[in-house]
Design a protein around this ligand. Structure first.
Ligand code: GSH
Length: 202
């Protein structure tokens, strides 16, 4: 299998999982320009990162890739048994992270990073309120635990950790005090550091 990865994008969460698992894979490091090419658009019609090419064909959407790769490596224990309550909680955190939390952050990012118009303070304020409400739920879940599900590192932490990390690296908004240590310990994981260290093509 081959991961098409653009550094500092959502594909880092997929690379992080692959590094945690230590399974063999091929890596193609792509640039923003490559994503516009017809060849790349055959893999991802919207020209976005990431894409996983596997025997059956290409698959896009970072969350789908994380779930799929974890499923292919059940013995590693980063995803709970199918149909279990713990699996349901992992789905909960993954979808929550990529909708409520990442959605709010993207609304802020679109305002702050637009080249064509001034940031709309009202949109930023509303999105920040949504981010604060959503991260309070994560903060509460971590009050007596180091990890989100079953107090063991899992794909839930890869998704939530990467989304919260994006709030920080993108300088979008403060993360709540109660999740700082959680994000720091996830960022310090050797697999996460290896994924972060992959440089953009020159
Ligand atoms: N929901 C998708 C979003 C993918 C996405 O928007 N990727 C961004 C980078 S984080 C991208 O490639 N955007 C198009 C561009 O930068 O030209 C996923 O999680 O895979």
């Amino acid at each position: 299998m081959r991961l098409h990865h653009q550094p500092r994008t959502r594909s880092t969460r997929v690379l992080w999982l692959l590094e945690e698992l230590g399974v063999p894979f091929d890596l193609t490091v792509i640039s923003g320009e490559v994503k516009q090419t017809p060849e790349y658009r055959k893999l991802n019609p919207l020209g976005k990162s990431p894409v996983l090419e596997e025997e059956g064909g290409p698959v896009f959407e970072s969350g789908a890739l994380v779930l799929h790769i974890a499923d292919q490596n059940l013995d590693a224990g980063l995803i709970a048994p199918l149909g279990s309550h713990e699996r349901a909680l992992q789905y909960q955190w993954c979808f929550f992270g990529m909708t409520d939390v990442e959605g709010a952050l993207m609304d802020i990012a679109r305002q702050l990073w637009s080249d064509s118009r001034e940031p709309d303070a009202g949109i930023i304020e509303l999105a920040t309120d949504r981010f604060v409400a959503a991260t309070a739920v994560i903060e509460a879940a971590l009050r007596d635990a180091d990890y989100l599900v079953g107090n063991a590192f899992s794909i839930a932490d890869i998704i939530i950790g990467s989304v919260l990390g994006f709030a920080r690296t993108g300088e979008l908004t403060e993360i709540p005090a109660g999740v700082v240590a959680y994000v720091d310990q996830l960022e310090a994981r050797p697999a996460r550091q290896r994924a972060n260290a992959v440089a953009a093509p020159t």
